[in-house]
Design a protein around this ligand. Structure first.
Ligand SMILES: *[C@@H]1O[C@H](CO)[C@@H](O)[C@H](O)[C@H]1NC(C)=O
Ligand SMILES: *[C@@H]1O[C@H](CO)[C@@H](O)[C@H](O)[C@H]1NC(C)=O
Ligand SMILES: *[C@@H]1O[C@H](CO)[C@@H](O)[C@H](O)[C@H]1NC(C)=O
Length: 530
């Protein structure tokens, strides 16, 4: 490299002079002067040290009233000069302790180390196994120094998620969680249903949706109790709807309402808004452009949020600490592993055989296209966290929307998403080209888009970052609680008659786990008996 070229790159005046001078003492003197005068670089961040005072701590887990299965908050490392760190200053740089505020109370709390998000920020998760009356004290330390406003006092009572202690005023509860006042998807979903006629549904739903598919569960919520009956044989997934309904009803008083949830894969209501007879407001986990189902966050993200730090490893918080090498160290290939649930997934494998330097795609299990296995081969199963060793992630539908999409968006890879008629509850907030790269349904532009990403690394990285930032905002577990409640509230106010406990419905009880034992200090409003 010529000195001039070197000087052109290293933009500091020192570098320029170094490249252009001979050993003249005067010039050397000037160099020394410039050296001393050179201002600190704006991006000095990472050579700098972490400042306990200037670092930031925020999030729902610092508020006593935000009851969640796993509480969480965030830490941002800030340098002593006030710059945010944008890469990790070390995985173990912050320590967190959480205890009962009063020495008279004992509570078991699972407090793992903060998760390093590899961008200067951390997620701190904790799971309580009991409730405390006086409160909690959370200390966030850097070395022996308190970070930001640490120690944080959560004035009690602080309830375990199993504590059956609903806030009677849903407005207060929504405010405490900072729930958004409007969700575009929910407004859109309810637009075709100005009123909800429960008697008509009682008559039509079993006949239209239950007999053939048999994946409908009929619920009534009355006086904050959950009752249900299964309509059909394929309703095992009611365990997922049960658990979130019970969890929500422990935190906030639900309206009285009666609804039908479709626990099968595909949305069911294909009538149009102005058809006669009109469509019915069926509730599903996945929406599609040719159906009118009202959607909820999928059972997958809901269940994994309830089971974080317990039964699952892939959940929306944990994934954030396992996003692989930093951008510049990721393999510059697009990546896919998955089952053969859609034909385009097989095409991916063919494309990857043709363009092995651009795409690494493999089918890990054959069920729908068994005859293709010989031709395309079977790839080894790979842990989801390892996906993020690759810079580009291909998201192709499965039976319906691919439920890995939220997890992919939380990684720091660029997501290439197949165009799809299917959607989950948060897709409408994402903009193609801004938060991910859209790919045609038949994948005809996939290779070209991967090539574009390779040639436009900075732009690709920016899209990956913006997608991740929005996903971090939208896919927080407390936001799911907001979303569910909002859907139920919208549904309830449209009912034109009283919901009722129907024939064959059974009561779904709250868990009786010993950790559920708690003293609820909220005043229960005594309701008139129906
Ligand atoms: C620093 O990080 C915090 C937390 O992520 C963010 O709110 C803030 O805008 C960042 N500041 C700058 C200057 O980027
Ligand atoms: C990339 O990987 C190398 C080798 O493991 C490591 O030294 C370097 O710090 C990494 N770069 C970044 C930006 O993380
Ligand atoms: C792929 O779909 C596009 C429309 O999205 C169409 O124009 C194109 O011809 C299709 N390509 C192939 C190979 O089928």
């Amino acid at each position: 490299m010529s000195p001039a070229a070197a000087a052109g790159r290293g933009s500091s005046p020192v570098a320029w002079l170094m490249a252009h001078t001979l050993s003249c003492p005067l010039v050397w003197g000037l160099i020394m002067l410039l050296w001393i005068m050179e201002p600190p670089r704006a991006d000095a961040g990472n050579a700098d040290t972490v400042s306990a005072e200037r670092s930031m701590v925020w999030g729902p887990g610092l508020h006593a009233g935000i009851e969640l299965p796993v509480r969480y908050f965030y830490i941002q490392a800030v340098s002593s000069r006030g710059h945010n760190f944008t890469s990790s200053p070390g995985a173990k740089i912050f320590k967190v302790t959480i205890k009962a505020l009063s020495s008279n109370e004992y509570i078991r709390i699972h407090v793992p180390d903060p998760l390093d998000r590899n961008d200067g920020s951390y997620v701190m998760r904790y799971r309580m196994y009991g409730s405390v009356t006086e409160g909690l004290i959370i200390e966030v330390l850097h070395g022996d120094k308190h970070v930001a406003q640490s120690p944080y006092i959560l004035k009690g009572p602080v309830y375990h998620e199993y504590c059956d202690c609903p806030e009677e005023d849903s407005h207060i509860w929504q405010q405490t969680l900072s729930c958004p006042s409007k969700e575009t998807q929910i407004s859109k979903d309810f637009a075709p249903f100005p009123i909800i006629d429960l008697e008509r549904m009682l008559e039509e739903v079993p006949r239209r949706f239950a007999e053939k598919r048999g994946a409908i569960v009929h619920y009534t919520i009355l006086n904050n109790n959950v009752y249900r009956r299964s309509l059909g044989k394929y309703t095992d997934f009611k365990m997922f709807s049960d658990e979130i309904l019970l969890s929500l009803s422990r935190k906030v008083r639900l309206p009285d309402f009666e609804f039908y949830i479709n626990v099968g894969d595909w949305p069911v209501e294909h009538r149009k808004a102005n058809d006669t007879p009109g469509p019915l407001p069926m509730i599903s986990w996945c929406g599609s452009v040719d159906s009118l189902d009202i959607i909820l966050p999928t059972y997958d993200v809901t269940h994994s949020s309830l089971e974080t730090l317990r039964g699952v490893t892939n959940d929306l918080l944990s994934i954030q600490g396992h996003t692989g090498p930093s951008w510049s160290n990721k393999t510059e290939q697009a990546f896919f592993r998955g089952r053969d649930s859609r034909e385009e997934r097989l095409q991916l494998v063919e494309m990857s055989q043709k363009y092995p330097d651009l795409l690494d795609a493999g089918i890990t299990g054959y069920f729908f296209f068994r005859e293709q296995e010989k031709l395309l081969g079977k790839a080894q199963l790979m842990g989801f966290f390892d996906f993020f060793k690759y810079k580009y992630q291909v998201n192709v539908d499965g039976t319906v929307a691919a439920y890995r999409f939220p997890y992919l968006m939380l990684g720091d890879s660029l997501v290439l998403k197949q165009a799809s008629p299917y959607y989950e509850h948060f897709y409408s907030a994402l903009k193609p080209g801004k938060h991910y790269i859209p790919i045609k349904r038949n994948l005809s532009d996939l290779i070209e888009k991967i090539q574009w990403a390779k040639e436009n690394d900075e732009k690709a990285r920016k899209i990956a970052k913006e997608g991740q930032a929005l996903a971090r905002e939208l896919l927080q577990p407390h936001r799911f609680y907001c979303y569910y409640y909002n859907v139920f509230q919208n549904y309830a106010k449209r009912q034109t008659s009283r919901p009722a406990i129907r024939e064959k419905m059974e009561h779904v009880p709250q868990p009786t786990d010993s950790s559920a034992v708690c003293q609820c200090h909220r005043n229960k409003i005594v309701r008139e008996e129906l």
